[in-house]
Write a protein that binds this ligand. Sequence first.
Ligand code: HEM
Length: 150
Amino acid sequence: MTGWLGSAYLWVKAFHIVFVIFWMAGLFLLPRYLVHHQEALGTPEAAAWEKRETLLRRMILEPSIGIVWLLGLALALNIGLLDGQPGLGWLHAKLLFVLALSGYHGWAIGYSKKLVTGEGAIPSRRLRLLGEVPALAVVFIVVLAVVKPF
Ligand code: HEM
């Protein structure tokens, strides 16, 4: 393996994928928590959902998004993202999807905080639909990363 990571490249890639799995697990779970939290507003159960969301954010979502970005950017620099290396169209497209997914992550955490202050106003059905966004994004991101169609 050439590039500044040398023989560590495959190890970095392995842990990139491990933390992608943790991040995705958190992103699949949080929107479901939001639906339950919203439906429990005004009952004693709401505080329990608030606690679950805080734990999920601190233990899974925040550490894993940071590590995925760190290791992903290390891999990207290693394969020449900043050197004008040809054939990296898939990586540029992947970065766009990952940026959008990171924005979604921020939105979901923001909505969880809004529920605590009673400001959440998205109808439950739409909230459930929004919960499918990470699954859709993962399909595009993994196809781009593995198939590298352009
Ligand atoms: C956060 C920003 C990210 C960056 C900068 C990034 C960048 C990269 C790079 C450069 C590779 C190496 C590709 C190769 O060696 O051919 C890679 C591998 C991979 N990434 Fe990411 N990635 C990011 C996030 C993600 C996310 C969110 C997912 C999935 C949802 C993902 C899934 C994968 C997979 C499955 C591979 C292995 C591809 C293979 O070896 O066939 N990455 N990533």
